[in-house]
Design a protein around this ligand. Structure first.
Ligand code: GLY
Length: 579
């Protein structure tokens, strides 16, 4: 039942049913706090927030029919692979963070792996120079996909509905078609010539012939993808990693000079890891451990600002912003130096999040002056990922919560469509450091902890997160955005916890980002008012306002009266659906 909607910008007195709900944050005069006045969606029993309304509806229907949050997350995931091919996927990977109805915390790693024939110099020419674009576009750019193994694992451990029931809605969407949104149509039109260049005739339904373009509202049918989904429905992981789909995938690789083999597919495994679960004030932050940097970084960021009165200083005031930038600078330097796949490199996870370590990191902070990134860490270098990822958040009526971020890396991944199987392959290999110290395709550099090794998982910024307050479920959140994922999650969380915003306000609020190097703070237009901007410029901060937006968040907040608030980002076509 849709119970209540409240607009950002409404005064608390205007909320129709305020009892037991968080009050709305009142926007200070003259400050452009919010990107939009999109409304939160309120419901009593369950909520699904994702990048596409059709996928969120699929998940909510599963909840309504008695499925739990894990069931709904799996069904939503496969629906996104159909309706949001930008980032939803069978050919990619991701992470799931789960809090079950008993409060047990779990973290599932289904990140892609480097193929067994991969090696650290695979993107270098004879002079050891990086071959431009090779880790980004085409067959050699793909890691071994983890998504199907991840969903099978999630369902086996926590699901309650039959596997077949969870796959059926996605198969129907692929078979019967879905109406294209303007974002989906525009995305495929934009990449038309690249799809053709990489795939030739095999682009099937992702390219329209001649000069025709996709239009909003047009019904988009994907028969090959429906067949691939049917094989997964009928045979689980074997329906993807063995048999017809595996044959098609390996044939596609062989045709285009890729190196993913049958052995890579057959030996791929999704792994349960110990979730990051650390305190920030009264809150328990549950997030993803390595090979994502997200959880460690988020806890570090929160703990570095914990001693300061952010609430008193106010949202995006000069003091608050300075503190958060300085925390981000130090945390991203740590990320570059220490983080990688724990199955291959030693990562001091506990130490990085410990208060004594963070205190030491903070010793160089000066209130009157911007720190210099060159002095924060010697020789460590930053990472950067592209932003074509997607997130989904689910809460069910028993209080189970699932937070999944998944990606192909770039928009439509490597742009390679597996001929006959109808899905895009990832270009996740570019999340490795292809050569230490050399800028990657995004103009940034990586280091040894994240160099390519056969079977290793590439470092990620994905930050699927769940927050408890007083040991009860409080919030589920996450977003795409490459290296900006971590800072978007950070700000959204603080917007609620410290600045008293509702979930939707926190998502709508304008954001900024600093990642150590380049030594600049990127801000969404109007994220800082003139006064704060002036103070920060005077202290030596370089601030760059950009037209690009930050985050496509999909979040759920549990209000004190138990009401769920779904908040999906107005920057995209994201939609929350509750009941
Ligand atoms: N490919 C984006 C990430 O994993 O962070």
């Amino acid at each position: 039942m849709f119970l209540l909607s409240c607009k950002t910008g409404q005064k608390p007195s205007q909320i129709k049913s305020g009892d037991g709900l968080f009050q709305l944050f009142e926007e200070p005069v003259g400050r452009g706090t919010f990107y939009s006045d999109k409304e939160g969606v309120f419901a009593e029993k369950g909520m699904v927030a994702s990048a596409h309304v059709a996928a969120s509806k699929v998940g909510t229907e599963i909840l309504k029919s008695g499925g739990n949050a894990a069931d709904a997350a799996v069904a939503t995931f496969f629906a996104l692979a159909v309706v949001h091919p930008f980032a939803g996927n069978l050919g990619g990977g991701g992470f799931a963070v789960i809090r079950d109805s008993e409060g047990q915390k779990l973290a599932l790693d289904f990140r892609e792996k480097a193929p067994l024939k991969g090696h650290k110099d695979m993107y270098l020419d004879e002079s050891r120079d990086v071959i431009k674009g090779l880790s980004r576009l085409g067959h050699l750019a793909s890691g071994v996909p983890g998504s199907v193994a991840g969903m099978v694992e999630l369902h086996e451990k926590l699901g309650s509905k039959s596997w077949k029931q969870l796959l059926t809605p996605a198969i129907e969407l692929a078979e019967n078609g879905v109406k294209l949104t303007s974002g989906q149509a525009g995305g495929m039109n934009r990449y038309k010539s690249t799809f053709q260049k990489i795939n030739g005739a095999a682009t099937v339904y992702y390219v329209k012939g001649d000069s025709l373009e996709f239009a909003e509202g047009e019904v988009f049918i994907q028969k090959d993808l429906a067949e691939s989904l049917r094989r997964i429905r009928d045979s689980g992981a074997k329906g993807f990693y063995e048999g017809e789909t595996a044959n098609l995938l390996v044939a596609e690789m062989e045709k285009g000079g890729g190196i993913i083999s049958h052995e890579d597919l057959e030996t791929y495994d999704a792994v349960w890891r110990d979730a990051i679960a650390k305190k920030y004030k009264d809150y328990n932050i549950i997030s993803m451990p390595p090979p994502s940097s997200g959880g460690v970084a988020l806890v570090q960021l929160l703990r570095l600002v914990e001693p300061y009165p952010l609430k008193e200083w106010g949202w995006n005031s000069a003091n608050t912003t300075q503190l958060m930038i300085e925390a981000e600078r130090r945390v991203y330097a740590d990320r570059a130096k220490w983080l990688g796949d724990v199955d291959f490199v030693k990562v001091p996870i506990t130490e990085l999040m410990s208060y004594p370590y963070l205190e030491e990191r903070w010793a160089s902070f000066k209130e009157n002056k911007a720190s210099d990134s060159r002095e924060i860490s010697g020789g460590a270098v930053p990472f950067y990922e592209s932003d074509e990822t997607t997130h989904l958040s689910v809460v069910d009526k028993e209080g189970m919560a699932v937070s999944i971020t998944t990606t192909l890396n770039g928009a439509f991944g490597s742009k390679v469509v597996v001929d006959g199987a109808g899905f895009f392959m990832n270009n996740e290999m570019d999340d490795f450091s292809v050569k230490a110290g050399v800028p990657n395709m995004f103009g940034l550099i990586g280091n040894k902890a994240n160099e390519i090794q056969p079977g290793k998982r590439m470092l990620s910024s994905m930050t699927p997160t769940i927050v408890e307050k007083d040991d009860k479920l409080f919030m589920v959140l996450g977003t795409p955005g490459g290296s900006t994922i971590i800072t978007s999650v950070y700000q959204t969380l603080l917007n609620v916890i410290e600045h008293g915003m509702t979930m939707q306000q926190a998502v709508n609020a304008r954001k900024f980002h600093h990642q150590w190097l380049p030594d600049k703070t990127f801000i969404e237009k109007d994220a800082l008012d003139l006064e704060a901007l002036q103070v920060l410029l005077n202290k030596g901060y370089t601030i760059e306002s950009q037209t690009r937006t930050l985050g496509w968040m999909d979040c759920i907040l549990v209000h004190p009266n138990g009401m769920l608030e779904g908040a999906s980002d107005p920057r995209g076509e994201n939609t929350s659906v509750g009941y």
